[in-house]
Structure formats: C-alpha cells, structure tokens
Write a protein that binds this ligand. Structure first.
Ligand code: TXE
Length: 480
C-alpha cells in the first residue's frame, strides 16, 4: 500500500518521489510505503492552507460545528476498519484500538464541535475612563500539528479538531512510524464536507518533513506531542521565529500507593496503568512507590496479576499486550532493562522477548517489573516508554513525596489513599500537571491537559486548546 499526502483536498504523491518503508510491528514486515515529504511538499500544503483561511475563518460557527460533528460520525461509522488499520500500523491489540483510540478520535471532533459554540471572550469596563474593552479571539492563520506513534489517530485528531474549530487552517504531520489512519482520515474529512485546504496532511520523517513545518516562517503556531528531546529541539527552532508553542512531552509518572487505599481497585488499575498500550502512553505510571507495610503483599499480588497478562497477536481478542511499535523502539526498551540490571535493579517479572506463533518476527516483550533501591537509577529517571515498571517501598509521606518529585519530568501522578488530608497535601505538592486520586487516565475533555518541567509547556483540552489556537486582541473604545 502506498500512502499519499492530502493537500488541498486531493491525494498527492511527494514531489521528489521519496518514500519510507512502513512496518507492521506484529509480524516485523514491511507492508507499505509512506511519503518522505520535502520542503516543497510542505510549502504546497501551506499554500493550500493559506488560501483556504479567509473563507474558513469566516465560516459560521453553526456550519463549522456541523462539519466537525460529521467528521466524528464518519469516524464511528468506520470504527472496525480504522481500528484494524491502527492495530496493523502500531501493534496494539485491535480491541484496544476499537474501545479507546478510534472512539476517542471521534470524541475529539464531537467535543470541539460543541465547544466552539460555547467559546467566548472577555470584556472589561474601564470605570472612570468612559471606556470599554473587549477581547477578540482571532484564529492564528495556518498552524502546524505534529503527532507521535503511540496513540496515532487519537492524538492527531486531538490537535486538529481544536485548531480547525477555532478557525485555523492546518498543516499536519502524523508520525512516519504510524501514518495509516491519518491517511485514511483525509478521505473522511472530504466526505464530511470540510472545504479543501482547511486540513493538509503531509507525511514524512521528523528531520525533513517535521522540521520543514517547524521552520516555515508563516506557520505561526506548532502543537507537538512527542519525545522531550524532540520538543527541546523544536523549541530552539521556533523561538527566534516567535511561534506559539504547545509541547506535550514525556513522563516518568509515579503511582503512590498508601496502605489505606481501596486495595483491589488499586491493584487492577495499577496493572492497567503500567501496561496499557504496551506501556507506550505518556501517562503510564512507570514508577510504583508503595508504603512499606503493604510492599511485600503488593509485590506478590501485582506479579500474580501481571503473569496473567497475555502477550500475543494483536488480532486476538484475549491479547492484553501486543507488539512494541518498531524494531528500533523494541531495542531501546530492551536496553533500558539491561541498564537497570547492571545498576542493581532486580527483575522480578519478565524482561525477555516473546516469540508469538505465526508472528515470529514481531516485536514482543514480556511485561517487565523491576525492583529498584535507588530513585536516581536510570530506570527511574529516564522515560522507557515500554511495558516496564519499577517498584520500590517508602516509609513516610515526606519520603513518598520526595521520591515522586525527584525526576525531571512532571506530567501526571496517581495517588492511592482514602485520607483526605493526605490527598489535598499531595495534590498541591506533586510537581505534575495532572494528579489522579484513586483512579488513572480518567479523562474529561474539558480539563486542562499537559505537564510541568521536562514534560512540556502549555495545556491542551477544553477551552485551553481553543485559547492556544487563537490570538487575543484587545479593543478599547472610549465614548463621550
Ligand atoms: O519520538 P519523536 P520518537 C517519547 C518516548 C520515546 C521517545 C522518542 O520516550 O521513546 O519519545 O520517540 C516528529 N521537527 N515519546 O523518537 O521523534 C516525528 O516525525 C519536527 C513520548 O519516536 O518525538 C513524529 O511525528 N518534528 C510521546 C513526532 O515528532 C519532528 C509519544 C514524535 O516523534 C522532528 C512518543 C523535528 N526535528 C514518544 N523530529 C508522548 N509524549 O506521548 C521528530 N519529529
């Protein structure tokens, strides 16, 4: 299968005819080609977006909302087809794509179809000056959306939906590792009546296509989700061009477990937060910190539950853990396990490659649990982004908080306790953008989403996203 760019409502080959191989990680085979688009392709996408902007930014909110809703409906109509495509491209279980990724892509559009009708701006009366201020929230123009491979259509649409809802036109690039659903999404947009040029999708790797988007002087805002190192690079390129930036980067999220929690719920949720999507979610809880008095019991129960997880062909309904996204990423995750061992970590479950019947060349890894003694070890400090968690005990609240915060990342934390005082203390003192108490990854799309420290800058979600994708302009009128 040869994927094409989607520019001005048409499917186009890349100008220079360059392609990259696209792999199915569950069998370790190339199954298609994806354009490696050049600066010229990005320029064409930009021109299409620029030409579409005057009309799209003046489209009534009612019509915009209708089109976004239609996109949402069409995603749901194609649920099975898109879920199968996502699984093939990414290695995740089909049932996960069907229950999480694709429904969420549809929700992203429905949510912003509704939100755009409720978005409003402020006015301030300057009492004593006979003046009234009001704020216009103007779309920025042409914006860039760059997304990763872990939740491909989910995160691609999470950026595009608010961008176009706010009246912008978009040049978007999905990850070159998982381009398939983004490609299929172009047709959905055309079928839903999205005018040509409002969304343009260019495929290619980060250093050519992605870089061309970030460097483009007229693309005035970049919304990016991906690795922290890439985010830092993008910030350096974008800063002298004075671009608005939203960066959603890596995490090293703690699960802080106190003895007074609802144990069974905590146990089941911690298994999920550790290994969902092969541990390839920025929100996965990769450091499990457990109050000393229940540490040994937790360790035993957790390992027993982890042993029940089935690593296997993503097409099988009983598979809990599918394939790692790529050979390169598999190697990286495996190396982190080896480093953990060298640094004194004890692998108490997993750690090895799994050979799956009829998928012998796929990239499968056991869910891996490492007991560590030192929070400063590599496994506790670096984002591994695979089915690997570490575990260590703590004795006091103070120690738990210190361990939780002693990383460069600050995306999310899960706290397990029924103590109200502790809940409020930790909620305030955890250095993260999101704190879940007695739950994990419960997402209300109205809430601000994003991280502190090396986990990024800016917030997505709800009106925060519409604020990011608009520029406020103050109008001050004095009367006599
Ligand atoms: O991501 P990249 P990679 C973390 C995770 C993972 C690490 C590296 O720890 O191991 O990042 O993953 C595009 N200009 N996360 O290297 O490169 C790229 O083409 C513009 C966390 O695969 O950050 C892709 O579309 N764009 C994360 C997107 O950036 C560039 C999800 C993300 O890829 C570019 C994924 C450039 N110079 C990985 N270079 C999360 N926060 O959820 C690359 N890209």
């Amino acid at each position: 299968m040869k994927i094409k760019n989607y520019i001005n409502g048409k499917f186009e080959n890349p100008i220079h005819g360059e392609y990259l191989d696209n792999y199915n990680p569950s069998v370790g085979e190339v199954y298609g080609q994806v354009p490696n688009s050049s600066k010229e392709d990005v320029e064409n996408a930009y021109q299409a977006a620029k030409n579409a902007f005057p009309s799209w930014s003046n489209t009534t909110l009612e019509l915009r909302s209708k089109i976004l809703s239609k996109i949402s409906n069409l995603i749901i109509e194609k649920l099975d087809f898109l879920a199968a495509a996502e699984s093939k491209d990414n290695g995740k279980p089909v049932h996960l794509a069907k229950s999480v990724d694709i429904p969420r892509a549809a929700s992203n559009f429905q949510f912003f179809a509704d939100a755009l009708t409720q978005f409003s701006s402020e006015s301030h009366e300057s009492t004593g000056f006979n003046a009234i201020n009001f704020t216009l929230r103007e779309p920025i123009g042409v914006v860039g959306c760059i997304s990763p491979w872990n939740l491909p259509l989910y995160l691609f649409t999470w950026k595009i939906a608010p961008a176009i809802a706010a009246g912008n036109c978009v040049v978007a690039k999905p990850s070159e590792i998982t381009p398939l659903t983004a490609y299929l999404f172009g047709e959905i947009c055309s079928d839903a009546g999205l005018p040509n040029g409002v969304l343009n999708i260019v495929h290619g790797n980060g250093s050519s296509t992605g870089q061309a988007i970030v460097e483009h002087p007229q693309i005035k805002a970049i919304s990016f989700t991906g690795g922290t190192a890439t985010g830092a690079h993008i910030a350096r390129v974008a800063a002298p061009l004075f671009k608005k930036l939203s960066l959603e980067l890596g995490g090293k999220n703690p699960n802080i477990i106190f003895a007074d929690c609802n144990y069974d719920k905590m146990l089941a949720t911690t298994v999920r937060s550790s290994f969902s999507n092969q541990g390839q979610i920025c929100l996965c809880g990769s450091r499990i910190l457990v109050e000393a008095e229940i540490y040994e019991k937790f360790k035993k129960d957790f390992i027993q539950k982890v042993a029940e997880l089935k690593v296997g062909n993503p097409k099988n309904s009983e598979t809990s853990i599918g394939a790692i996204v790529s050979k390169q990423h598999f190697k990286k995750v495996k190396e982190y396990i080896e480093i953990a061992e060298r640094e004194g970590g004890r692998i108490i479950f997993g750690g090895n490659k799994v050979t799956v019947k009829n998928c012998e060349n796929g990239y499968y890894l056991q869910p891996t649990v490492i007991e560590v003694a030192n929070n400063l070890c590599t496994a506790n400090q670096k984002e591994i982004f695979g089915p690997v968690v570490t575990m260590m005990p703590f004795k006091t609240e103070k120690e738990a908080l210190q361990l939780a915060n002693d990383v460069k990342y600050g995306l999310s934390a899960s706290l397990w306790t029924n103590n109200l005082n502790r809940t409020l203390q930790f909620s305030k003192q955890l250095e993260t953008g999101i704190v879940w108490v007695n739950t994990w990854m419960l997402r209300d799309l109205r809430t601000a989403f994003g991280g502190k420290k090396a986990s990024g800058i800016g917030r997505e979600g709800g009106f925060e996203a519409l604020r990011f994708f608009t520029e406020p302009k103050n109008i001050c009128i004095q009367y006599e």
